[in-house]
Design a protein around this ligand. Structure first.
Ligand code: UT7
Length: 322
């Protein structure tokens, strides 16, 4: 039996730091409000002309180096993004060209903040079925391009960045299970209205911005993440205390703390980067994972629960032994 295992991780953040104080000079807000409601202190914003693929490339190269392999070894490329460089080709194809890989299937996954979970679950199924042996899975975003910088309710929340993993084969699980869900009935609670086919004028006018009914999203996120934690544990017959690390989507420390409480975990078993990264949507989970692998917190053999929630709504989790 073939299983999927994460062989290496990488992450990349743009250089420019934007603090809460910087934002307080642009909109009517304060460091106190942002920290107390979200936990965010600063975020990184891509330079003019720096694209999602630019960030993805840096994260991918770091992950390839960590896994000790080259782009030519990769036989599957998946990029989770909601802010692609172009309408088409996919950012995965653009990334493939940058890396000099030819012929591997390459495609994007769009599940907003749950995108990386969807992408990693997809890669796992390719590996387990024998369709791929080494996959590059990236979450990369330039959320700053779809934020209304005059709207204090949303512009303080988001940041840019990319995280990546290389997934390979093993005779024992690595990835133990994945759990994916969606409910499109909630499409209007968190959305960017305007696209190629519906309201193309919004795209033309350059006003395709994140719209969020924050409070309703918050409540749904907490309940839904509680349920997915239970689902993941039950599917594997695991007790809560066997999970060593929680690597959650980084939207809000209050949501993260609620999930940790449900797991009976102390916050020092939870990887939190939202204070420095803001909400980087599909990039947030692989970025947080990479941070904790590189600083030595997550060790080989540790059981890790990744979970995410986002627009769609979409939500999902991956339970793995690193
Ligand atoms: O990543 C995908 C999933 N996304 C999430 O999980 C996000 C979920 N939602 C949240 O994290 C929270 O709802 C927010 C952080 C977005 C907002 O926090 P909240 O406690 O739900 O605040 P609120 O939206 O209910 O707003 C409370 C007040 C309002 O003023 P009034 O109506 O009470 O006078 C807002 O106008 O705070 C005001 N407000 C602000 N004040 C200062 C909203 N944004 C700001 C701001 N600075 N930046």
């Amino acid at each position: 039996m073939t299983f999927a295992r994460i062989l290496g991780t990488g992450g990349y953040l743009p250089d420019r730091v934007v603090t809460n104080e910087d934002l307080a000079r642009m909109v009517e807000t304060s460091d106190e409000w942002i920290v107390s409601r979200t936990g965010i202190r600063e975020r990184r914003i891509a330079a003019a002309g720096q694209t999602t693929c630019d960030l993805a490339e840096q994260a991918a190269r770091a992950a390839l180096a960590a896994a000790g392999c080259t782009a030519q070894d990769i036989d599957l490329i998946i990029v989770a993004t909601t802010t692609p460089d172009r309408i088409f080709p996919s950012t995965a194809c653009l990334l493939q060209d940058r890396l000099g890989n030819h012929g591997a299937p390459a495609f994007d996954v769009q599940a907003v903040c749950t995108g990386f979970i969807y992408a990693l679950a997809t890669a796992e199924k390719f590996i387990r079925s024998g369709s791929a042996r080494k996959a590059l899975v990236v979450g990369a975003e330039t959320m700053s391009r779809i934020v209304d910088w005059t709207d204090r309710a949303t512009c303080v929340l988001f940041g840019d960045g990319a995280g990546a993993v290389i997934v390979g084969t093993d005779s024992e699980p690595g990835i133990m299970s994945s759990h994916l869900h969606a409910d499109g009935a909630y499409k209007d609670l968190l959305t960017v209205a305007g696209g190629v086919s519906e309201h193309p004028e919004i795209l033309r006018e350059g006003t395709a911005h994140v719209l969020m009914r924050g409070n309703e999203v918050f409540r749904m996120a907490v309940t839904t993440l509680d349920n997915i934690v239970e689902e993941s544990l039950q599917a594997n017959g695991l007790r809560r205390e066997e999970v060593r690390w929680l690597v959650p989507h980084q939207a809000n420390t209050r949501i993260i703390a609620a999930t940790a409480k449900r797991l009976g975990m102390s916050m020092d078993q939870v990887v939190v980067t939202v204070d420095r990264h803001g909400n980087t949507s599909g990039a947030s989970i692989p970025l947080a994972f990479d941070v904790a692998v590189r600083d030595g917190r997550i060790q080989r053999g540790d059981i890790v629960l990744m979970e995410g929630f986002g627009g769609g709504f979409t939500w999902g989790s991956i339970l793995l032994r690193y």
